[in-house]
Design a protein around this ligand. Structure first.
Ligand SMILES: [Zn+2]
Length: 162
């Protein structure tokens, strides 16, 4: 909609796309990048209980969408600070996962490991509660499928499946 003309559907690269017949603009639709951090205290993992939809009341890793001027790494550090109050340093890359069960939009979730450098546990605006949970007694209500995937793999010590 750059020139104001209405978009129409056309097949492009084998998929229906919304295209502007006047200026040629293509409305590409792609997953948005997001980042999450695994912070452990021994066998306990840092989780946030969501205070907002979707999945309000459910627990998940500190995570969020990447802003336009951020790297995935800075997103991970920022989201952890905003949601939990903890300052972390990233220590490794755990996985990159596609999220398909977020009703807002599909995302590409980069999951890092991080270690605490400071700060104090304090739930941010989007969180009702933040706490470390034993990997062996995780909350039943996890926010997203990928929270379960990452936490179950941490719990069992199973390697990545690829
Ligand atoms: Zn146009």
């Amino acid at each position: 909609m750059a020139c104001g003309h209405a978009l129409e559907e056309r097949e492009l690269d084998g998929r229906p796309r919304r295209v502007c017949p006047a200026c040629g603009l293509v409305h590409w639709e792609n997953p948005v990048p997001a980042a999450a951090v695994v912070v452990l205290r021994g066998r306990e993992v840092l989780l946030c209980r969501r205070a907002v939809p979707p999945r309000e009341g459910c627990w998940g890793l500190p995570a969020g969408y990447q802003e336009i001027d951020e790297s995935a790494e800075s997103t991970a550090v920022r989201e952890t600070r905003e949601e939990t109050g903890l300052i972390v340093r990233l220590t490794g890359l755990i996985d990159v996962l596609s999220t398909t069960d977020d009703p807002r939009k599909p995302s590409l979730l980069v999951v890092y490991s991080g270690e605490e450098m400071g700060g104090e546990l304090c739930p941010g605006d989007d969180c009702a509660e933040v706490a470390f949970h034993s990997l062996d007694e995780l909350p039943q209500e996890l926010a997203f499928h990928n929270d379960r995937v990452v936490l179950e793999r941490l719990r069992s010590g199973a390697p990545r499946p690829w």
